[in-house]
Design a protein around this ligand. Structure first.
Ligand code: SAM
Length: 481
């Protein structure tokens, strides 16, 4: 059996198949039905690296950022303990020798992407020598057939990839690496590698998952990619019938079509999902809601579009008009205060910064649509700053204010919505608003059970908090009887 037949047979056992999708290249389709929360596929990375942090101390294996120690031989890799060090040893043994031989200047040039490529090449080498076993879902043939878009890459980028390939060659001089193939592989990483995130979707590193890389993008995906340590899991977010293409989102979907298309540029395709091809009126509505102005009548939730002379904007719901000069004046004020506010935060003046951000929020309330992304961003900043200042009540106020926008901009089972309910619940619990906390934990768990499963320490903690809140509410109820 060739590697492709082996892959198809391994996927068939999971109710999946690789298929050719018109206009998209390959894609992954279902051969059975999946329910929300079902794991469609999971995979270890072919190669992965932690992000470079300021302290450089994330574990190379599990990507955890606490209590890691530097490898004493190469002084480049970090491990959180012997279990992780042992699990990496087959690759790191060769890597360590190569890294230890580098002078300090060369070591400084080891970006996460260079290290990722070094590890990819070493894994290929060790698999060809049968030091590391291969399987239907773990072999270099899968990497070799990934999309590279090399013919569409501009000259400047090609030169950069060639320079990066040279650097990899300097790191691994004994392997006589193929420079052209390595430059090609850098291009593959750009449109196939995934950012590895923790349960709260904070980035930890980068990994290449050659089978998961067969999954195409949609701005209205039916599935979601999450990670347990560095193992990638794709879960169904909705019922998926047999014969449907599995689709995940490669980008932040809470954005206008223009922004999403810009963010997708590195993948060299124009998305034609239902959100990217909606009718012009709906398109206008989405953009004007996410980035535009609100109606002068604060009770009206209409969106505004500019009149033909662009001297004013008219609400599409109630017909009220807003003068462009008035809009400009508020926008100017916002820009000024926002500049000062962000300076305050970057210089560590949190209290002063929060006061400034509160002014920005009030100005944005006057100007922006209630579901605008800039208003959302300000409220999220306020929530984080107030949490740092241990002003839990203040933080909860802004957290609660973000929820209607999250509900508007994300689908009902999106992890970001679940995480925001969870944040709300934790603040409510801390403030002893037990019944509210219970409601928020229930909403968080209903979503995150689907997107994250129930096995991870992160989810176990949420479910434990939910149980605790449940017990407390029941106790209070029985005590008041
Ligand atoms: C991670 S790969 C996905 C698998 C890829 N189709 C293949 O044949 O290997 C990403 C590439 O797939 C293609 N792709 C992904 N989503 C697409 C979409 N919605 N429409 C068109 N092409 C898409 C683009 O060429 C993109 O660079």
């Amino acid at each position: 059996m060739g590697w492709m037949e082996e892959l198809q047979s391994a996927l068939a056992a999971r109710g999946l198949a690789v298929a050719s999708i018109p206009g998209k290249g390959r894609g992954l389709i279902t051969t059975c039905d999946f329910a929300p929360g079902d794991v469609i596929i999971f995979q270890e990375p072919y190669a992965s690296t932690p992000n470079k942090t300021s302290s450089g101390s994330s574990c190379d294996s599990c990507l955890a950022s606490n209590d890691s120690r530097k490898c004493s031989a190469c002084q480049v890799a970090w491990y959180c303990g012997t279990a992780c060090q042992k699990s990496e040893w087959k690759i790191h043994q060769s890597e360590c020798r190569a890294l230890a031989a580098l002078n300090e200047d060369r070591k400084k040039m080891l970006t996460s992407t260079i290290r990722l490529m070094v590890r990819l090449i070493l894994r290929k080498q060790l698999q060809s020598e049968q030091v590391i076993p291969t399987s239907a879902m773990d072999n270099y043939d899968l990497v070799a057939t990934l999309e590279s878009h090399i013919s569409e890459i501009d000259e400047k980028q090609l030169v950069l990839y060639a320079q990066m390939a040279n650097l990899v060659n300097l790191v691994l001089p004994s392997l006589m690496i193929d420079l052209k193939e390595t430059a090609h592989n850098f291009s593959k990483l750009s449109c196939n590698a995934h950012t590895i995130c923790d349960g709260e979707l904070r980035p930890l590193g980068t990994g290449l998952y050659p089978v998961i890389s067969i999954i195409n993008h949609s701005c209205v995906p039916n599935s979601v990619l999450v990670f347990e340590n560095r193992v990638a899991f794709v879960r169904a977010m909705e019922p998926i019938a047999k014969g449907t293409e599995i689709l995940i989102s490669y980008i932040e979907t809470a954005a206008t079509t223009e922004t999403r298309q810009k963010d997708l540029k590195q993948y060299f395709f124009v998305c034609t999902c239902s959100r990217c091809t909606k009718n012009p009126y709906e398109e206008l509505e989405e953009t004007a809601t996410l980035e535009g102005y609100g109606c002068k009548d604060k009770k009206c939730s209409g969106f505004l579009i500019p009149d033909s002379g662009k001297q004013s904007f008219t609400c599409q719901q109630c017909g009220l008009s807003r003068d462009q000069q008035e809009i400009k004046k508020i926008a100017c004020e916002i820009a000024q205060v926002l500049g000062k506010a962000s300076n305050c935060l970057s210089s560590g003046h949190l209290s002063e910064g929060s006061t400034m951000y509160k002014i920005v929020e009030q100005l944005q309330l006057k100007l922006c649509h209630q579901y605008s992304l800039s208003l959302l961003q300000t409220r999220e900043t306020l929530m984080k700053v107030l949490m740092e200042l241990k002003d839990w009540k203040g933080a909860l106020t802004y957290c609660r204010l973000t929820i209607p926008t999250y509900r508007r901009i994300y689908p009902a089972t999106h992890p970001m919505l679940g995480l925001q309910y969870y944040a709300c619940g934790k603040l409510e619990w801390l403030l002893e608003f037990t019944e509210d906390a219970l409601k928020s934990f229930i909403k968080a768990a209903d979503i995150l059970r689907i997107t994250h499963g129930t096995r991870t320490p992160f989810m176990k903690e949420l479910l434990h908090k939910l149980e605790e809140a449940h017990a407390e509410v029941s106790y209070k109820l029985s005590a008041s009887d």
